[in-house]
Write a protein of this length. Structure first.
Length: 454
């Protein structure tokens, strides 16, 4: 068998079999192809793909973004004292607190003042931002529409294309997000002892979980008999996912004091797999290659990729091709979890940088890799965000060589904050840096090879 040595620019070498020409049926995605529909796709996927959000309300709350749950304002963190009479009230949406026009503008100003990260244009300084506040609030703001206009211009002055204002209708649409498949959102809340618990953040009213008896503020204890204590909201949301019309059993504790109830919920939302895979036979059938295409990073991405990798291994794959071309991203946490499948425990996946200390993190793999066979990652100029995190993590840790085109260069973190009148602001609050300390944003990642040698 002939072999090909592909050298990663940050590694020593990876020995991979030669890839010979191979014919594909029309249903198969070719190993290398161009996509002329990127502009259209970028517009369609700008929220779920190229951008990776946290949804933050004015009260403490965090949620990774996309589309389709009615946002229900969160209940306060549980106190040490149980108040049974409060539980029923917390299970229904609260009324929006009235606030003056000046108060709404100042609320948006304060969010930027506390969290905004200037990632290139260098227009923002604390002194200039304070002067802007004084100028804006020096006179009365007569109408809510004028207040919204002021916020738009204030954010535009930052020169960051991703920091922007959301009308109440736009915020409501963005907040309708369901990562679970049963119409709930989960958030991680530390209890009085610092132990992280999973709380129901929001519900689709009359959705599957709400109709079955799940309520706002419930603590999720188990899914299909699996204890979820210590698991992340992303991991548990993945456990909740499944085909439409199937059932999932969740154990919840209602309110702050109980009782504990086991509830069976019928999934009514279709969860689409983003993974396509097949076994390629190369070198006249002497070499088997596991080809995996990942179209986006959603809640099913890790689970379905694990299934694909195991099946391809069982079928005799000697190395893998992970195709991230035209993958604009999605849930960053899904990308992080997928990178862990290939890395050794303790290896760095990415660094996050931000003004707020909570966004200054080193994210590392915490388990042994699922596979140790050589990996090729296919990239192009539409490989963005979470895809770039995965590609750079595997490349910089010498687990893969990159083949294709320079990637898009979208490495920013945005958060979405709700204002007290139901509108919102999207603010850039951080950025991702590769394990080799390269700023992804605006730079992209250079491949090791433009094409796979024949």
């Amino acid at each position: 068998m002939s072999s090909l040595i592909l050298n990663c620019s940050s590694c020593t070498s990876s020995s991979l079999p030669r890839l010979s020409p191979h014919k594909h049926s029309e249903q198969k995605a070719p190993i290398i192809q161009s996509n002329t529909n990127w502009a259209k796709k970028a517009v369609i996927n700008v929220l779920t793909g190229a951008l990776s959000f946290n949804l933050l309300l004015s009260s403490p709350l965090a949620l990774e973004s996309s589309s389709s749950v009615q946002s229900v304002p969160p209940s306060p963190s549980p106190s040490l004292t149980c108040h049974e009479g409060e539980d029923a009230a917390e299970s229904e949406p609260r009324q929006v607190v009235a606030k003056t026009n000046e108060g709404i503008v100042e609320e948006a100003w304060q969010i930027v003042n506390d969290s905004f990260l200037d990632t290139g244009r260098h227009r923002w300084t604390p002194q200039n931002w304070q002067r802007k506040r004084e100028d804006i609030l020096s006179s009365s703001i007569q109408t809510r529409s004028k207040a919204h206009g002021i916020i738009k211009r204030m954010l535009a002055s930052l020169g960051d294309p991703y920091t922007r204002f959301l009308s109440p209708a736009e915020f409501s649409k963005m907040a309708r997000y369901d990562m679970s498949g049963i119409g709930i959102n989960l958030r991680e809340v530390p209890d009085a002892n610092g132990v992280v618990t999973l709380k129901v953040l929001g519900l689709i009213l009359d959705g599957p979980a709400h109709s079955a008896g799940v309520r706002q503020g419930d603590e999720v204890l188990a899914v299909n008999g699996v204890d979820v204590r210590g698991k992340s909201a992303f991991e548990v949301s993945s456990l909740l996912q499944g085909p439409s019309e199937t059932f999932v059993t969740i154990e919840v504790k209602h309110g702050n004091c109980g009782p504990i109830e086991s509830i069976q919920v019928q999934r009514q939302l279709v969860a689409r797999t983003p993974v396509f895979y097949r076994l390629e036979h190369l070198d006249n059938g002497t070499t088997s290659v596991g080809y995996m295409r990942l179209k986006e990073f959603n809640a099913l991405a890790r689970k379905d990729l694990v299934t694909a990798m195991k099946r391809l291994q069982d079928m005799g794959a000697s190395y893998f091709i992970l195709d991230l071309r035209d993958n604009l991203g999605g849930l960053v946490q899904a990308g992080i979890e997928i990178a862990k499948l290939f890395l050794n425990e303790g290896e760095t996946i990415t660094y996050t940088v931000g003004r707020d200390p909570q966004y200054q993190k080193t994210i590392v793999a915490d388990n042994s890799p699922l596979v140790t066979a050589p990996v090729i990652v296919l990239v192009n100029n539409r490989t963005a965000s979470a895809s770039e995190i995965v590609a750079s993590a595997l490349h910089d840790n010498c687990r893969a060589v990159l083949v294709g085109e320079k990637t898009f260069g979208k490495g920013l973190i945005q958060s979405v904050y709700e204002l007290h009148d139901g509108s919102g602001v999207v603010v850039t609050i951080g950025k991702y840096v590769t394990p080799n300390h390269m700023d992804i944003n605006g730079n992209g990642i250079e491949p090791d090879y433009r094409n796979l040698p024949g």
